[in-house]
Design a protein around this ligand. Structure first.
Ligand code: MTE
Ligand code: MO
Length: 369
């Protein structure tokens, strides 16, 4: 790890590093036990190397909006902040590969456990407002994002160039963000500017953004095509052949929950009650209910679900469960969204890249004798 990269993550505490040349850090669920995930505990996903942005680069940094627009716009950070309304949006950020390690058989991609997720208050200007100033043409269907980070094994290739359908780019919750939880955006999270696309997987939340390219076709930048961040439109069995044309870009997170307390391997008393707490979230369809179990899913109880503090944030759930008198103690949380979609009791539909595994979260506990 270069000294710059090391410097960039000195504020991280207790995260699990995923082996590889890129910096990828996962949060143990117990450290997600707060309504807002602090910077020190927020997971990190980098598809390549991080750009070397120093203070001078920040002063000279600009964002360009071009392509299918009436007027090309190039704007600096200070001007961006003073020209457009500044808004706060609380939102979960979850990697599409979160929970991938739970797929059987294993798939390609980083073996994330359950902690490639966090919730923060993002501050920025609406992408919509900046696009309006540029004047999006009637031909626009998508926006493509560009950043200076490159693949570590090929510095001529961008690490990632994702995008958003024009409707999402023009939605009021979609931001060009420069602050997180009231602090300036850290380099590792995309300083000086990143996309915030609530409801979309983390891949759409482009970091170190310096160009928004308004397109008349679906953006075809790095990791937009092939099987990248796409799901099959019909079931694909492990090992079976498939047609890449039958895969569609992921545009919505699935309903999901995570028990943050107690943690795996915690001991509990052999009788009495167990206090369970965690968070539930979803994409564009709100969370409706969370069920919890202490006996591995044989019996269920509705958890108390805190009122939503925002549309795209996560919701705390709490329950007090009677300890099963005998047998294994296994806590399970299972969320349902307003459309009636529930987390699968096993794994989510298997797919070659291991995306969107929203299977229920299970916490086996040891019984104290
Ligand atoms: N420029 C750039 N933006 C990026 C990435 C990247 O590799 N490069 N990774 C994306 C992915 S896949 C995820 S899940 C989120 C992670 O954001 P975080 O590192 O701030 O947690 O950033 C997204 N934005
Ligand atoms: Mo991701």
């Amino acid at each position: 790890m270069s000294s710059l990269s090391t410097q960039a993550i000195t504020h991280k505490r207790g995260l699990r590093s995923i082996p590889g040349r890129e910096i990828n850090l996962e949060t143990p669920p117990a450290l997600l036990d707060a309504p807002l995930t602090p910077l020190s505990r927020f997971f990190v996903r980098n598809n390549g190397g991080m750009p070397t942005l120093d203070e001078r680069a920040m002063v000279n940094w600009t964002l360009t909006i071009d392509g299918e627009v009436a007027r090309e716009v190039t704007i600096g950070l200070d001007e961006l902040k003073s020209s457009f309304e500044i808004v706060d949006v609380e939102s979960v950020l979850e990697c599409a590969g979160n929970g991938r390690a739970g797929f059987s058989p294993p798939t390609d991609g980083l073996p994330w456990g359950p902690g490639a997720v966090g919730c923060a208050i993002w501050r920025g200007v609406r992408l919509m407002d900046v696009l309006r100033q540029a004047g999006v043409t009637a031909k626009a269907v998508y926006v493509g994002f560009e950043s200076p980070d490159c693949c570590l094994d090929d510095s001529t290739r961008p690490a990632l160039s994702r995008g958003l359908p024009i409707a999402k780019a023009l939605s009021p919750e979609t931001l060009l963000a420069f602050a997180m939880n009231g602090e300036p955006l850290a380099l590792v999270h995309g300083f000086p500017l990143r996309i915030v696309a609530p409801g979309f997987p983390g891949s759409a939340w482009q970091k170190w953004l310096h160009r928004v390219w308004v397109r008349a076709c679906i953006h075809d930048g790095e990791k937009m095509t092939g099987l990248n961040y796409r799901l099959p439109t019909h079931a694909v069995s492990p090992g079976a052949s498939y047609d890449a044309d039958d895969f569609e870009v992921i545009t919505d997170l699935r309903v999901k929950s995570l028990i943050t307390s107690p943690a795996k391997e915690d001991e509990v008393i052999g009788s009495g009650e167990i206090d369970v707490a965690g968070y539930a979230w979803s994409g564009h369809v709100p969370v409706a209910q969370v069920g919890v179990s202490a006996d591995g899913g044989q019996s269920w109880q509705d958890a108390h679900l805190a009122a939503p503090s925002s549309r795209f944030g996560w919701r705390r759930f709490e329950a007090c469960l009677p300890c099963p008198p005998d047998g294994e103690i296994e806590l399970v949380s299972r969320a349902m969204d307003e459309a009636g979609n529930r987390q699968p009791l096993g794994q989510a539909p298997w797919n070659p890249r291991g995306y969107l595994n929203n299977g229920v979260y299970r916490v086996p506990l040891r019984r104290r004798r």
